[in-house]
Structures are given as structure tokens and as C-alpha cells.
Design a protein around this ligand. Structure first.
Ligand SMILES: [Zn+2]
Length: 117
């Protein structure tokens, strides 16, 4: 199983992705196989950062600027979107990545029944 798809394949250009925005430090792209939602965009730092918990303030500002740009474009196309990242054992690829998911009410909360007893 892949340990770090971003460092191993995406950032070196070994896999073809649809790049939406790129700076010296940040890449925003559509993955070849969308993980969820009508439109799926992934935003990653181009240097290895293991998660949001390890992100430095300077790189955080650069990532946020790209997230604003591509997130704003997703809002223009779909009317809204969800921006999220995962941490700990919910983060399957240990390279910080943000998902932008748009379309079909993707950001609606799911009602969960309260625990019984
Ligand atoms: Zn990495």
C-alpha cells in the first residue's frame, strides 16, 4: 500500500493530475479518480508536512491563499463546497492534504441517532 502518494507520485509528476493552481510551495489539483463528491480537489504542500499539526505559520498562510482561490472557484461553479483535512488515525495518507468537495449538497451534516441507554 502506498505510504505517501503525494511525495512519491503527484509532486514529482509521475501521475497525471489536473492542476488548478500551483505556487512555489503549494499544489491544487483534481485527482485522477475522485474520492467523493461531484468535484474533488486536493491541496497539498509541495514539501513533506505530515499533517496540519506540523504545519508552520508561513506555509499555512500560503496554503490558505490557495485554498481561498480554488475554494472560491468551486463556490462559483457549484454554489458551495466543503474544505476539510484529517488528523490522526482518520488521516490515511500521512502527507498533509486538504480536500475540497463540491456539488450535490456534500457539506450537509448527517443526522446521527443519539446513543441509547
Ligand atoms: Zn509527503
Amino acid at each position: 500500500m502506498r505510504q505517501d502518494w503525494y511525495c512519491d507520485e503527484v509532486i514529482p509528476g509521475k501521475v497525471v493530475v489536473d492542476v488548478l493552481a500551483e505556487t512555489a510551495t503549494v499544489l491544487a489539483f483534481r485527482p485522477p479518480r475522485p474520492g467523493f463528491s461531484r468535484e474533488h480537489i486536493i491541496v497539498v504542500p509541495k514539501v513533506h508536512v505530515s499533517s496540519l499539526l506540523e504545519l508552520t505559520p508561513d506555509l499555512a498562510a500560503e496554503m490558505l491563499a490557495v485554498l481561498q482561490e480554488v475554494g472560491g472557484e468551486a463556490v462559483a461553479r457549484h454554489g458551495g463546497c466543503q474544505v476539510l483535512t484529517t488528523l490522526g488515525n482518520e488521516q490515511h495518507n500521512k502527507h498533509l492534504h486538504w480536500h475540497i468537495a463540491a456539488g450535490d449538497g456534500v457539506a450537509r451534516f448527517v443526522t446521527v441517532a443519539p446513543p441509547q441507554g
